[in-house]
Design a protein around this ligand. Sequence first.
Ligand code: FNR
Length: 369
Amino acid sequence: MVVTNVTEYQAIAKEKLPKQAYDYYASGAEDEWTLEENRNAFSRILFRPRILIDVSKIDMTTTILGFKISMPIMVAPTAFQKMAHPEGEYATARAASAAGTIMTLSSWATSSVEEVASTGPGIRFFQLYVYKDRNVVAQLVRRAEKAGFKAIALTVDTPRLGRREADIKNRFTLPPYLTLKNFEGLNLGKMDEANDSGLASYVAGQIDRTLSWKDVKWLQTITKMPILVKGVITAEDTRIAIQAGAQGIIVSNHGARQLDYVPATIMALEEVVKAAQGRIPVFLDGGVRRGTDVFKALALGASGIFIGRPVVFSLAAEGEAGVRNVLQMLRDEFELTMALSGCTTLREITRDHIVTEWDAPRARPGPRL
Ligand code: FNR
């Protein structure tokens, strides 16, 4: 079968993967209301395309934290990629690099920061979970910086793991042949089995629930890398993040895997963008599956988006070639959306190119008296 869009990889991954692995990748928290909403909300935004504009040349390049990339579509951190494919994070790193875009490596990768760096050139960010043992955190951040990672994506929505019922039913744990590679030498690389989710138990044991804004400042004392705060969905937290020295915000609900019944990220985006007032860039992840979704996020003020599940599903289906294909399909769709909307550069994408359900009705002429 010819794969013609990103979503089709999910069904292929479901066929190929053991149930425990597929469920871990696919599931969301509790009722999975937010999981569906992350997708559905995009359909509440329609286009107001402009016509008769020369769109023979389209430039999708952009600069993120000073790094030039080929398109505003980047790779979100997703854990345990070798569970999807033997080449795991290596394949993702190569595919992102070939596409000229940024890969974010998860703290819980099944390949270490050094191993991923050794795959070749590429702009990479490191996603950080803060462990109770701060020496572990400091060591890991230094290793990432030394390995050439360019920024920290600090995940702030996971003081405890969300309740993912599929993982509880499956008693999810990392297959015995895999380890959390970044923590291997620190005796924290294995995940024990538990009566419920092995991952939830691991998080309860290791991840620091006391994490607070003062730690964002502490992080800045141990690294020169800029910090993106991943998991902000309100104006209030946006303002505090900027005060705390964040250099970017990722509007994210963790792919709907943490608190259920938070809004879709595309619904929360504009609030955050307004609060940021252009002081720092705002990014979005969650439910992006089409080039039209990318355009909508940019029209609402995002500087770029990240994709999570499409990477693991395509990795499971076709390894590096699958991830390359996902990035290429999204790129092509986004380019087409720009052309059909009358935009030739990212700067030309404006709020007026879309209309949302929450916009006030446009002024219409009243009835003639
Ligand atoms: C994630 N996500 C995630 N986030 C993070 O900060 N660290 C991590 O290790 C992981 N791991 C992870 C695994 C899997 C299987 C998924 C689906 C998600 C969240 C991820 O970075 C991102 O926020 C979402 O995946 C974006 O939503 P979509 O694109 O999956 O809808």
